[in-house]
Design a protein around this ligand. Structure first.
Ligand SMILES: [Fe+2]
Ligand SMILES: [Fe+2]
Length: 256
């Protein structure tokens, strides 16, 4: 099992119980005992696959960091904002409404909670997270295809200024797309990660060289070279099918 969970829960019976429920499921569980420790974890540690957090966090010394503040902080961190969150709350918690408005909160479970329902929510959230990652990878592939189409059109009509601008935008989109895939690949020990990363790196070098060439020569690049770059990138998209298959199997292992 490749999944890791960050449990933000004060020490005590609840924390022990949650760890007892999660450990047999073979998740890697890390714990933060208060808002302040969780804050440091968000700033310094690896991103988990799921956050399970108590809505009522204790004060640590003079400093009180609430569950709402932690959620807002995670929302502002690119790597953390889409990580699913399951919140455990008491009926009397006045922040529930605020918490429920955070989009990445998958479930709020009221205490006392049914252990089976809790574990179901954990699996459901992880499954949804993988599904939305697959959907996002596919969406980004379509976005790249459309951007190339536009670029080829501009090249054919000889619109050098727009072509240069669009090429720069495309290079950022490609970079972001590779980053997006690679973070997830690394987190889930994708077996072909190193080779795939190497392919990404080579493509980025080609894109960078083309950008530099355009900037230095003041000329645009030929349609033939854009078409060649597109087919190189589509080869990578084709390799991504193996990655999607890996994710689909990972998802199935959660449902089984
Ligand atoms: Fe891709
Ligand atoms: Fe890729």
């Amino acid at each position: 099992m490749h999944f890791s969970i960050l449990l933000i829960e004060p020490p005590g019976i609840d924390s022990q119980l949650l760890q007892l429920m999660l450990t047999p499921e073979k998740f890697r569980v890390r714990t933060s005992e208060c808002g302040l420790k969780a804050w440091n974890t968000i700033l310094t540690d690896d991103v988990p696959d799921l956050v399970v957090m108590d809505a009522d966090l204790p004060q640590q010394g003079e400093i009180q960091i609430t569950a709402v503040q932690l959620l807002e902080m995670m929302n502002n961190q690119a790597q953390w904002c889409n990580i699913p969150k399951v919140i455990l709350a008491s009926n009397s918690n006045t922040s529930i409404l605020k918490i429920s408005s955070v989009t990445s909160v998958n479930a709020i479970i009221l205490k006392p909670y049914d252990p089976r329902r809790f574990i179901q929510e954990v699996y459901k959230s992880l499954t949804q997270h993988i599904e939305s990652h697959i959907a996002e990878v596919n969406r980004q592939h379509i976005q790249l295809g459309t951007a190339f189409q536009e670029l080829i059109k501009l090249s054919e009509i000889g619109n050098t200024n727009d072509l240069k601008r669009n090429f720069t935008q495309l290079s950022h989109t490609i970079e972001k797309h590779f980053d997006f895939e690679e973070h997830f690949m690394a987190r889930h020990n994708y077996p072909d990660f190193i080779d795939h990363h190497e392919n990404h790196k080579q493509l980025l070098t080609i894109v960078e060289n083309m950008k530099v060439e355009m900037a230095q020569s003041g000329k645009s690049i030929t349609t033939k070279r854009i078409v060649k770059l597109r087919s190189d990138l589509f080869e990578d998209v084709n390799d991504d099918k193996q990655y999607i298959k890996f994710l689909t199997n990972l998802r199935t292992s959660l449902v089984a």
